[in-house]
Write a protein that binds this ligand. Structure first.
Ligand SMILES: [Zn+2]
Length: 442
């Protein structure tokens, strides 16, 4: 390929604070009994209503910034971002423009470091519902989501492959879940992915003079696929000597193609200006210190320490937990296992293979999991002669199964294994039995 992809990602995450960003309404859009249930003059954008920022949401934004190695602005403010759309009752969104809470962070991926340009806090919009009422096509608006705290994380365009974009987004997602700031359920729209993609000739160092934003991406796999597809599309255009149009494109996962949505607004189109109803926010060193102190052990440091003390594989153990509370529970389990002489590495493999997640059993005592582990893995060793005698008998009594196996029906092995175990009446390592049967009848 003669072109190098230049990719940046943008992630929006709804915070799971108890109340909304600028009012006291319950932050529970997905669980509301009916549309417009959790609303008030502030989040409905009624004239004269005044916003009051949610302190917790600000602290969580800064906590995420610290976890992503960002610098924190000591003075930050909110700004109005104007655009006209029915899901935005005020005619503007309260967001952050030139002084976001966090900037200049980083994420480490297997293909190199990716800088985080900024993390800012804003409010989510209402939700449009396209429906049919009395046979008429209508668009309804639900404001339960209006004013939900929303974090925006923007990376620098330092990503150079679709796989790296996916890995980077996933790492950010893991850290958000680990800090327990959001459930980040993509099906519920709690986490939304976007990417900007452009290509440059391989011998160039400057940024291309255009970029295409990809929206409507609702899984990490689709993020990777959408970028792959877009790279192909842009390559074809460039090879014809043309420049791709700067625009926003959606991604259709079924057809695996991107399609134009709208040409991209410039920042000036939004007429940003400081939100006059909310004073600038000073992040004092004491406040910052208290947020730092509330952070759990850094995610990567935790995995590295487990790898060192228990010899577990990082990618396997990371499948077992989401939040730092669950990680703390796992630590208890590991310590207990170690005291009982159980190899933690084997325990982790067992849990990961069974796809057991800590949230399924975190209310249980660690002992219960260790019992399950014992029950399902404990095997006894027996003399090879005894085992061979049993297998010979099973083979003798099941000629049809043996013939089937020789014709290529490999799953017959499981049947013969079952017969052998039955005959033995003991829990012997199934792998050992299968190996022996295989040797005898292959
Ligand atoms: Zn409200």
């Amino acid at each position: 390929m003669t072109y190098q992809p230049i990719i940046g990602i943008e992630i929006h995450v709804q915070l799971k604070t108890a109340s909304k960003m600028f009012c006291g309404c319950k932050n529970y859009p997905f669980g509301a009994k009916k549309p417009n249930f959790y609303t008030c003059p502030v989040c409905l954008g009624l004239p004269g209503a005044l916003p009051v920022p949610n302190k917790k949401a600000i602290e969580w934004t800064i906590a995420l910034g610290l976890a992503l190695k960002c610098q924190i602005n000591s003075l930050s403010k909110f700004d109005r971002k104007h655009y006209f759309y029915p899901d935005l009752p005020k005619g503007y969104q309260i967001s952050q423009y030139d002084s976001p809470f966090c900037f200049n962070g980083k994420v480490t991926t297997s293909q190199g470091e990716v800088s985080i340009r900024r993390i800012h806090l804003e409010e989510d919009t209402g939700k449009l519902i396209h429906a049919s009422v009395n046979g008429k096509k209508v668009t309804l608006i639900d404001f339960n989501r209006s004013g939900v705290p929303l974090i925006e994380i923007v990376s620098e365009p330092q990503i150079h492959s679709p796989a790296q974009a996916k890995e980077c987004a996933k790492k950010i997602f893991q850290i958000i879940r680990y800090l327990n700031l959001s459930d980040a359920d993509m099906e519920k729209g709690q986490l939304r992915l976007e990417a900007n993609v452009s290509l440059r000739p391989k011998n160039r160092q400057d940024l291309p003079n255009y970029k295409v934003e990809l929206k409507n991406i609702n899984s990490f796999r689709f993020l990777e696929k959408a970028i792959e597809t877009e790279i192909k599309r842009q390559t074809e255009i460039l090879l014809q000597g043309k420049t791709p149009v700067q625009e926003t494109r959606g991604y259709n996962a079924e057809k695996n193609l991107t399609y134009p949505q709208r040409s991209k607004e410039e920042a000036a189109d939004y007429r940003y200006f400081p939100e006059p109803d909310i004073p600038p926010i000073r992040i004092s060193s004491q406040w910052l210190e208290s947020i730092k102190n509330s952070l759990p052990l850094d995610y990567e440091t935790l995995l590295a320490s487990w790898e060192k003390s228990y010899r577990v594989e990082k990618h396997l153990v990371s499948l077992l937990f989401d939040t730092h509370h669950q990680a703390a529970w796992l630590e208890k389990l590991f310590q207990k296992a170690k005291r009982l002489g159980i190899e933690v590495r084997r325990l982790v493999n067992f849990l990961a293979n069974k796809k057991i997640k800590v949230n399924l059993f975190a209310h249980e005592e660690p002992q219960k999991i260790l019992d399950l582990f014992h029950e399902q893995t404990q095997t006894i060793s027996i003399e090879v002669e005894e085992l061979e005698r049993a297998i010979d008998q099973v083979i003798k009594h099941n000629p049809q199964a043996v013939a089937d196996f020789r014709k290529g029906k490999k799953n017959v092995l499981n049947f013969l294994l079952g017969q052998t175990l039955k005959l033995l009446g003991k829990k012997v390592d199934p792998k050992q039995i299968i190996k022996l049967i295989n040797e005898k009848i292959s």
